[in-house]
Design a protein around this ligand. Structure first.
Ligand code: GLY
Ligand code: MN
Length: 472
């Protein structure tokens, strides 16, 4: 397929040299444009089955799921493209600007932006889509062969959406697509809810992807410890860079910005500046995850003693968090409430905080739903669903997620923490600036959970042994 792109629609820059017709005409000739052989995408059949399930929820309706487009970082430099999760879950497509449309009869098409032909200047002049600037995009035929979906050019989408079918859009992903369909916020929110809820229970292939992401993340943590000399010299930035290298070599990217938090930075839950020093004697909290090639991410946190050994105080506090995590892990099984892990961890932490003499009331009183004063030092929930989004299934209804029972095949994090802010006058000075979180990724099995991230040590002894071994 080849589309003429008029000169004024090419994404060029004012500092680009002029393109005389002689040069342009010469560029359009002499290319080997034979189609490439393309393997069927490993997710093509799974995605087809998912589309069938989705269409059954909304019979007779048209469903529009954009991949999204490039996002500006600054002026004409964009972030690397990462497609919308629901779009890729239901199509396998990872190219930008595409839109999956499930038609009222249940059939589907992918409206895509394939590579242009050589009869247009796009391939050598367009900085965003041109093959010579941004890389060769797949052709429509290649996308069809790979994804098992009929492919039309995305420029046809506006016309094709003009028919009278009742239409829902996965809104907020693509402004360009959102304006094509009059909104009904309630109906579109219902689509978003169903898209999230479809991903609550992972398929066996998805569990393999998650395990692969976790295994790559384990290697990334090991890389960090192996490079501890660089860490001590260059601080948090070194660890961020070290882990990123592993994420890019073994996966697609990071699943989320790494949290590399030395010392009191660990008390900032989403510390992603990663600009501080790493100080011997302190703790460092690492919350990092590799997103694999199919966009499934891990989400793992370890809190390590910078010097390789925990102080007595650090070990005691760490052990309290570990006991809370163990309690949460033991509470999770099919039929248990999603919040059962959180509540079990909070019982342990509230009693631990009471033992430290920090609570203004008894642990039991603090644990009452109308109190929760202990949460000054625990701050967040202990679990979230994990999948292609780090906080997966976020649009699911509370009764399907937060207030629901767990089911076999769900994958969630278990991540209690204790955080004593540096300026917290209600804790002894020796506690101020200490933050500890332990986070593992588990899948709900027939009778409990299996820890996908068990290859990374969790106990203080195992962490010290592991750090000693990897640092040589
Ligand atoms: N890993 C960051 C979070 O769960 O919020
Ligand atoms: Mn998490």
């Amino acid at each position: 397929m080849s589309e003429e792109t008029p000169d004024d629609q090419l994404r060029t820059e004012q500092h680009d040299p002029a393109v005389p017709e002689a040069y342009a005409a010469f560029m359009r000739t002499g290319w080997d444009d034979r189609p490439s052989h393309v393997e069927r995408h490993p997710v093509a059949d799974l995605a087809a089955a998912r589309r069938t399930r989705l269409a059954e929820v909304f019979p007779g309706e048209r469903l529009v799921l954009p991949a999204g487009g490039y996002k500006v970082r600054a002026y004409d430099t964009d972030y690397r493209f990462r497609p919308d999760t629901a779009h890729t879950h239901l199509s396998g497509n990872q190219t930008s600007d595409a839109v999956l449309v499930v038609e009222p009869d249940g059939s589907s098409s992918l409206y895509a932006r394939p590579r242009s032909g050589r009869d247009s200047d796009e391939f050598f002049r367009d900085r965003q889509y041109g093959a010579l600037w941004a890389g060769k995009r797949p052709s429509a035929e290649e996308l069809e062969a790979s994804l098992g979906l009929p492919v039309r050019h995305v420029d046809q989408l506006a016309d094709d959406l003009r028919t009278s079918a009742k239409t829902r859009v996965h809104r907020g992903v693509s402004g360009a697509v959102d304006v094509l369909v009059d909104g009904d916020a309630g109906r579109d929110a219902e689509l978003a809810r169903v898209l999230s809820e479809m991903r609550l229970v992972k398929e066996p292939w998805e569990l393999e992807q998650l395990q692969q992401a976790v295994d790559a993340t384990t290697l990334g943590f090991e890389d960090c410890v192996r490079e501890w000399d660089g860490v001590l010299e260059h601080g948090e930035r070194w660890l961020e860079g070290t882990f990123f290298r592993r994420a890019r070599t073994m996966g697609n990217d990071l699943g989320y910005d790494s949290i590399v938090a030395g010392g009191s930075h660990a008390t900032t839950l989403h510390w992603i500046e990663n600009s501080g020093p790493i100080v011997p004697g302190e703790l460092i909290l690492l919350d990092m995850g590799v997103e694999n090639a199919h966009l499934y991410t891990a989400d793992i946190t370890r809190t390590l003693p910078v010097s390789g050994r925990f102080t007595m105080l650090q070990r005691d506090l760490y052990t309290l968090v570990l006991q809370a995590q163990d309690a949460a892990l033991a509470a999770l099984r099919p039929g248990a409430r999603f919040l059962a892990g959180h509540e079990a961890a909070m019982v342990v932490l509230a009693h631990g905080l009471d033992d430290l003499g920090l609570l203004p009331v008894s642990a039991e009183e603090a644990l009452a739903p109308d109190s929760r004063v202990y949460a000054r030092w625990t701050l967040h929930g202990v679990s979230h669903m994990l999948g292609m989004d780090v906080h997966d299934c976020g649009h699911a209804a509370p009764e399907a997620y937060r207030d629901a029972e767990l089911a076999e095949g769900m994958v969630l994090t278990v991540e209690p923490g204790l955080y004593f802010q540096a300026d917290d006058l209600l804790v002894p000075e020796e506690l101020r600036g200490i933050g500890i979180r332990i986070e593992d990724d588990v899948v709900v099995t027939a009778d409990g959970v299996r820890n996908l991230s068990s290859a990374l040590p969790r106990t203080p002894d195992a962490i010290e042994e592991w750090m000693g071994r990897l640092r040589g």
